[in-house]
Design a protein around this ligand. Structure first.
Ligand SMILES: Cc1cc2nc3c(=O)[nH]c(=O)nc-3n(C[C@H](O)[C@H](O)[C@H](O)COP(=O)(O)OP(=O)(O)OC[C@H]3O[C@@H](n4cnc5c(N)ncnc54)[C@H](O)[C@@H]3O)c2cc1C
Length: 404
């Protein structure tokens, strides 16, 4: 019998405790600094919780920009299919939306936490709320116990599942990274990922609140295309955001970069030129500025007119071929000049964390400390948006707890 202490009551820690408690001989204790479990889980997917993704598990790896090999064992030992079955068997109906994103049918994130909490209680996991772990009692290569605001807690095995270092109000503030470092682990620099990008151009501010669907967003950094996909984006007062931009940020290294927005990805340049010729013929006696309403959202028109260099009051029938072709180029490649990302605390996910080289990928056990495992976002792994990050938290948690 082992006395297992899991630190962190997020998805990774809850699943680790559930998996550890499946071995009935173990005593499992879950420590959470907050007054409730899953505070971050509660705000995921705008409160609806995009709990996983329905893509074939093989395809999952394409959505993990860094250290994906490290996750093979975890994602294959507890797949998205198994996670969905876990929830369905416990009465939580799920639905699949655009991009294979899986949500609870109720659209309520707390229904996900409720299922996990019920399972923890059913498996007799002792949950200690308002218990903040502040230090470790180390002896050689072993952790003897933990120092908490509620006193010392001894144990045979410890699972660190303290999350990343963003949205610190939810409890994940990097405290456990500091303790992992004290135990000898290397922490890879923590940076924001899945984060809005800041631009120098003035037009994003002008367009703030405008969401564009079915556009292509390409991120080019140091002359290399880092990301390119079709979907939805949003202009903000500081730059660009929305699902496509957040995903692009997972590939962004920082510093100067260019975001290229193809406003008409479904049309080749020649096809778009033909479309413009038709529109200019239809509106031949109108001003250029009044001819684009069938092609673009109204808020975008003044910006495109200005950037096109064509006089707003020029009659459509006098727009030259050269001017039209320049307009085509602009519509297929509106450039946003990116200078940085928003702060780590505003990131959906933290890039960096406990160095994967020091963790056994087949068990999640530390290679440096004899009785320590890791799970979830605190490890140096992260994915794009779409439910992949929660699946990583659940799978690594399941493997960490199940391997004891
Ligand atoms: C706004 C937002 C929306 C998101 N939406 C989605 C989504 O829809 N789909 C998706 O896949 N991912 C989403 N994510 C990412 C997802 O929430 C995380 O990947 C996931 O929560 C990580 O789980 P975790 O258990 O590793 O960490 P966390 O959920 O952060 O849990 C860590 C827990 O550890 C506790 N803790 C930390 N330190 C200590 C300590 N010293 N002592 C005691 N307790 C401690 C914390 O209080 C916390 O409860 C979103 C993130 C954000 C911020």
């Amino acid at each position: 019998m082992l006395k297992i202490v899991v630190i962190g009551g997020g998805p990774a820690g809850m699943m680790a405790a559930i998996a550890a408690a499946a071995h009935k001989e173990h005593q499992v204790i879950l420590l959470e600094r907050n007054e409730k479990l899953g505070k971050k889980l509660f705000i995921t997917g705008k409160g609806r919780c995009n709990v996983t993704n329905n893509k074939d598990i093989g395809e999952f790896f394409e959505n993990i920009p860094r250290n994906r090999e490290f996750l093979y064992s975890a994602l294959y030992s507890f797949t998205n299919e198994q996670l969905m079955a876990f929830f369905r068997e416990r009465g939580l109906e799920l639905k699949v939306e655009r991009g294979d994103r899986v949500f609870p049918a109720s659209d309520k994130a707390f229904d996900v936490t409720d299922v996990l909490k019920e399972e923890l209680l059913r498996r007799h996991v002792e949950i200690h709320y308002r218990t903040l772990v502040t230090d470790l009692l180390l002896e050689g290569r072993k952790i003897k116990g933990l120092v908490t605001n509620e006193g010392q807690i001894r144990g045979d095995w410890f699972i660190f599942a303290g999350g990343g270092a963003s949205y610190s109000g939810t409890g994940s503030d990097g405290t456990l990274h500091r303790l992992a470092k004290r135990a000898g682990h290397r922490i890879i620099d923590m940076k924001p990922s899945l984060i809005p990008l800041v631009a120098t151009d003035s037009f994003p501010k002008e367009l703030q609140g405008l969401s564009l669907k079915n556009i292509r967003f390409t991120l080019v950094e140091k002359g290399k295309t880092k990301f390119s996909d079709v979907g939805e984006m949003l202009f903000t007062h500081f730059g660009v955001s929305g699902p496509l931009v957040l995903s692009a940020s997972a590939y962004y290294q920082g510093g100067n970069a260019t975001g290229i927005i193809d406003l008409k990805p479904g049309l080749q340049e020649q096809e778009l030129d033909l479309r413009l010729q038709k529109d200019f013929l239809k509106f031949q006696n109108k001003d250029f500025q009044n001819s684009l309403h069938e092609l673009l959202p109204s808020k975008l028109i003044p910006v495109i007119v200005r950037l096109s260099g064509i006089a707003p009051d020029k009659k459509c029938n006098s727009i030259s071929k050269g001017e039209r072709q320049q307009l085509v180029k602009l519509l297929k490649g509106l450039e946003v000049h990116i200078t940085g990302a928003k702060s780590l605390n505003e990131a959906i996910i933290t890039r960096g964390g406990v160095d994967i080289k020091e963790i056994d990928p087949s068990t999640m056990k530390s290679k440096l400390v004899d009785n320590l495992s890791f799970a979830g976002e605190m490890i140096d792994v992260d994915a794009v948006t779409g439910g992949f990050n929660l699946q990583i938290a659940f799978s690594t948690g399941y493997l960490a707890g199940g391997s004891l």
